[in-house]
Design a protein around this ligand. Structure first.
Ligand code: FES
Length: 257
């Protein structure tokens, strides 16, 4: 159920260059699933008016806390990065349809591929997969070393590989270069990141079931404004889907890439 709540800031840390980890406490955490997102109103004044969609990186139902990780690149997210412990943030959520951890079977292996700020939602997914007895392999691409994060957290869950465009951390190049080199054995893949990466994965693994999370530009976040529509493939009943309310996660082959 979508709810609006004033959540309390429990912690805020800059974990990489302009990348912030924000822990929020509130009741809506109880309804969250991996791959869903929240729409955060960054300021109580009228400007900037819009909410910012931020994916959920980690869920702790016992403490009623969730972690979101975002890049402070525009005015809105810069304002958010100044929030202090004890401040309140107006949050709408949880939104969208997330990853289906159930698609992976116990004893099987899941490949998780992320790019940049697409990596965070894969963390809660990996935790839940591991809890179900699924082995996880993580392959993550970033622009450069100082924007990488969560290496320790992912390594604690499974085999973890980093690749950077400039080679300052891990292999030099893109995730696809590393996947070609690693030739990982797996049963199902999950991915979140830029379109060229999602497209490459669909082409790389035509035989494997896979789930892709799209980072489309959004407006309302609740299916009302059509800012996030994407064309679907011929195999799909609908002509278009809305990334915010039909997704952001779709089984592979649904959205035209
Ligand atoms: Fe408004 Fe998706 S963001 S319909």
């Amino acid at each position: 159920m979508i709810r609006q709540e004033r959540m309390t800031v429990v912690r805020q840390v800059e974990i990489a260059h302009h990348i912030y980890e924000l822990v929020l406490q509130g009741e809506i955490v109880q309804d969250m699933n991996p791959g869903q997102f929240v729409h955060v109103r960054v300021s109580d004044s009228f400007e900037p008016l819009l909410r910012r969609p931020i994916s959920i990186a980690s869920i702790d139902c016992e403490a009623s806390e969730c972690t979101i990780i975002y890049r402070a690149e525009g005015r809105g997210t810069q304002i958010l990065s100044q929030k202090q412990v004890g401040d309140e943030v107006d949050v709408l959520g949880p939104l969208g349809n997330g990853f289906s951890a159930e698609a992976a079977t116990e004893g099987g292996t899941a490949l998780l591929v992320g790019g940049g700020i697409g990596v965070p939602p894969l963390y809660e997914l990996s935790k839940q997969l591991n809890a179900r007895g699924v082995r996880t392999i993580h392959v993550f691409g970033f622009a450069t070393e100082n924007v990488t994060f969560y290496e320790e957290q992912f390594s604690a869950l499974g085999e973890t590989h980093f690749v950077t465009v400039d080679g300052t951390k891990g292999t030099k190049g893109f995730v696809t270069d590393l996947l070609e080199e690693l030739q990982p054995e797996f049963d199902v893949f999950y991915s979140c990141g830029p379109l060229p990466m999602l497209r490459a994965l669909e082409q790389f693994y035509p035989e494997k079931p896979g789930f892709l999370s799209f980072e489309e530009r959004m407006g309302c976040g609740i299916g009302a404004c059509f800012a996030c529509i994407c064309k679907t493939t011929e195999n799909t009943e609908k002509d278009y889907v809305k990334v915010c309310s039909d997704g952001p996660v779709f089984p592979k082959g649904v959205v035209e890439l």
